[in-house]
Design a binder for this molecule. Sequence first.
Ligand code: GKR
Ligand code: MG
Length: 422
Amino acid sequence: MKITSVVVTPVAFADPPLLNAVGVHEPYALRSVVEVRTDTGAYGLGESYGDAPHLELLRLVADELPGLDPFDLNELSRRVGATVGGRVARDAHGLIGDGGAAKTVASVTSPFEVACHDLQGKHLGRPVSDLLGGATRDRIDFCGYLFAKWAAHPGHRPDAWGPALDAAGLVAQARLLADRFGFRSFKLKGGVLPPDEEIAAIRALREAFPGHPLRLDPNASWDPATAARVADELTGVLEYLEDPVAGIPAMADLARLAPMPLATNMCVVTWEHLPRAVPSRAVGVLLGDHHFWGGLKASQHLATCCHQFGIGMSMHSNSHLGISLAAMVHLAAATPAIGHDLDTHWPWKRPEDDVVKQPWTFTDGAITVPRTPGLGVELDRDALARLHEQYLGCGLTRRDDSGYLARVAPGVRLREDVHEPA
Ligand code: GKR
Ligand code: MG
């Protein structure tokens, strides 16, 4: 089997006004869909970021892949390195840390590596989880991802979720997520409301959902004293506290005091970070993410490292479509070291906005691991064309939560006052 062509298609799908430490989600989330075609008539799928600098590198690599055997992942790595090695495509939001050239190569490799696994699985008639060593569980649990949010994007009609700008609103949002998807654990995106209000929201969630694991993630926006106080006040309440402060040294200092494990998807985002993070015990739980760790196999290597060094594993997410969901499910199924419920932004996407036919559904907060060949998802070409048109029409080429907040709500200050813009 040989690759004959590779198509990279940027897409956009509607996204609610979800607030985070740096700003607010824009009306559309951007992704790229990678389709790798072969001389056997098969196609493999991958999904990645849709930001323009990243797209440019994906396209450069796409041109280098015809002739490659999809089983030859070492040659794939070599070609990606030879094509984009040394280049850096930084995101504008900074919410997944900074990794320089190594992280850029890993991020560019990922969707092609996933697509090759999809092709391998289809060729052999086996699910991707079998190629990764075999599924060790038949369902993968996800956590409900809670966001402070406005009722509507300025100038748009209110969305189906309603506003959530205080503890009561966030508990109501958690109830909706639990009712619709069955999630049994929750993560609150923090760093948005004043810290005391986020402590109150976590306490209110604890009361409303006794026994459900809870996480809080302010994306490294607190100073060390604030982080130490929040950690202390939430003793016994959090499963883990995610990226309370910025950088490995500050995380290590706090980890010595904090009563709960500290987790990250910001200070350890590439292999170069591990030799500093491990001896300083800065991280108790690492949120892996195949999109920036270099794909499925590299994510499994990461899980092995973490296991050896006594670091727990969870999974990070960004706004995503059904191809990424499938890749996350196969990876988690075949990687027993991933011991925490996975993050997902899935509920925030409208069900009709996807590029796969019959997008998967959650039952009791989980996705059943498919036994069909490859990733187990089929490309819906009409939907791909529609979401690509949406990309062309929406005018966005790069995720910029901070710029959007400054434009639509110049008076709003995060962590002080996050009222709805007039
Ligand atoms: O979607 O606003 C968001 C999140 O803040 C996302 O960008 C983060 O990368 O979910 C992520 C996280 O856990 O930090
Ligand atoms: Mg995080």
